[in-house]
Ligand binder design. Structure first.
Ligand code: 4AD
Ligand code: MG
Length: 442
């Protein structure tokens, strides 16, 4: 890449030399004969100091007039300074204004959340979104590296699909040249046939759920990474999920110290994360949730009491994981509350071999997966019981007709993991442009 400037992250290689920097003005202040300009270029921040004696009178004057978020070319000498943030300062010689910052809507003061997200395209320039989205970048790269290093083949699944994977209540419907189509709720159905070809596969893509609820844990468009492995059963799937999550956490701790620190994330819990994680069955979790202490919490929060056989609510997940450092795996779920494709447990056919992995500290479900039904007739029966249109699933059923084998997989929501690792309150922070029931703009 040819360029005639250096990035702030490279200043260490240029101490004592004159450099050209290009970026945006993120802070400024004046004090008599000195103008302090903090420049941001995406790789970092650096304080540029225009001293009245070292620049032309016009430059000194202009430096005082600049509005925040103006784009600038700065020429000056790199000085190492242990007191400076980042370790360097620029002794400015010349300044060139490229685009005036105008009256930038986001100012260094408190803004409401709605305002910030209405201005997400500009809010991206602020430090908090930058820290969170850098961590997201590392999480995504870690996911890809994890599977690549282990010989998984990337199989991109379609977004326009003829069938539902995760129930019919959250489908986004669209017209496909006169035919009914849905935006993908999961790539799973397409990965299952692919694992019969490649053994170990994964997909990673945008995923759509018409979630009508307004919660801090749901987006209508999110990114899910999904591995699927032939000849893998529930026990092996648990091992894979634990190894995967441990790998991601270690990578983020190793490479994102700066953004984590900016977010004031207490990483002591994250540092404890290593497989194996605690595991329990749904029945064991239900026992805790029906205990006196848990019931009292639910009454205090005005939440309905946990009912055996039902799905876990946000508070239930919190009760099971708060104060814990390690994620918690819950298996053997009642079949009524899980998807049609899950393999029944051998010793208890009312339970299915599903897996939910709950993040610690009350961050909720980060992984959902299962062993899949590999018997053709049983799967056909389950599709019928779930009232799903058989024609749309013929191709999926066929996988079970030709050399079927036990297989398993899971899906992990990237934003759920990023929210947890960043220690932030809401999933909308964890994606560049959130889509929620009341948000399609910008
Ligand atoms: O548990 P889910 O619904 O599982 C599936 O979709 C399976 N077909 C995956 C598979 O086995 N291949 O979703 C998986 C994960 C959840 O654990 C959560 O992390 C995330 O996807 N997720 C959401 N994230 C943000 N907003 C939503 N509305 C989400 N719904 C699920
Ligand atoms: Mg789930």
């Amino acid at each position: 890449m040819q360029r005639d400037h250096v990035y702030i992250s490279e200043l260490g290689e240029h101490v004592g030399a004159e450099v050209t920097l290009r970026g945006w003005l993120s802070q400024k202040r004046s004090s008599g004969k000195i103008r302090f300009l903090v420049l941001r270029d995406g790789t970092g921040f650096v304080q540029c100091i225009a001293f009245v004696k070292n620049v032309s009178p016009e430059t000194f004057e202009a430096a005082g007039q600049l509005s925040l978020e103006s784009s600038l070319v700065v020429r000056g000498t790199v000085k190492a300074d242990a007191r400076a943030k980042g370790g360097y300062e620029i002794d400015v010689r010349e300044l060139e204004l490229i685009g005036d910052g105008g009256e930038f809507p986001i100012q260094p003061k408190e803004h409401g959340v709605e305002f910030l997200f209405d201005n997400r395209h500009l809010y991206l320039r602020s430090r908090t979104p930058q820290a969170v989205l850098r961590i997201r970048n590392e999480v995504v790269q870690a996911c890809r590296d994890f599977f690549y290093e282990r010989g998984f083949v990337l199989i991109d699944s379609p977004i326009l699909t003829p069938a539902a994977c995760e129930g019919t209540t959250t489908l986004f419907e669209t017209d496909y040249f006169g035919q009914q189509a849905f935006l993908a709720q999961s790539g799973q159905l397409y990965l299952e046939p692919a694992c019969m070809a490649f053994g170990k596969v994964y997909c990673f893509g945008p995923t759509f759920r018409a979630e009508k609820s307004k919660t801090r844990r749901h987006l209508t468009e999110f990114w899910m990474i999904e591995p699927e492995v032939a000849f893998l059963e529930l026990a092996g799937l648990l091992d894979l999920a634990e190894e995967f999550v441990s790998y991601i956490v270690a990578r983020v701790l190793d490479r994102c110290a700066e953004p984590l620190e900016f977010l004031e994330r207490d990483t002591s819990g994250l540092e404890q994360i290593a497989a194996p994680f605690p595991r329990m069955t749904y029945d064991q979790a239900a026992e805790i949730l029906r205990g006196e202490e848990a019931q009292k919490r639910m009454r205090e929060a005005g939440a309905p009491p946990f009912e055996y056989g039902g799905d876990l609510g946000a508070l239930d997940e919190t009760i099971l994981t708060e104060g814990k450092d390690l994620p918690l795996a819950i298996t053997h779920w009642p079949k009524e509350i899980k998807s049609f494709y899950m393999q029944p447990a051998e010793d208890d056919p009312d339970k299915v071999l599903g897996l939910d992995l709950l993040a610690p500290e009350g961050y909720g479900e980060i992984i959902g997966g299962s062993q899949r039904i590999h018997d053709h007739d049983l799967l056909e029966q389950r599709i019928r019981e779930h009232d799903l249109p058989m024609e749309a699933f013929q191709w999926y059923l066929e996988t079970r007709r030709y050399g079927t084998v036990p297989h398993s997989g899971f899906g992990m929501g990237i934003e759920r993991v990023v929210t947890w690792l960043c220690g932030i309150a809401h999933l909308r922070e964890a994606i560049p442009y959130p889509r929620q029931i009341h948000r399609l703009y910008p």
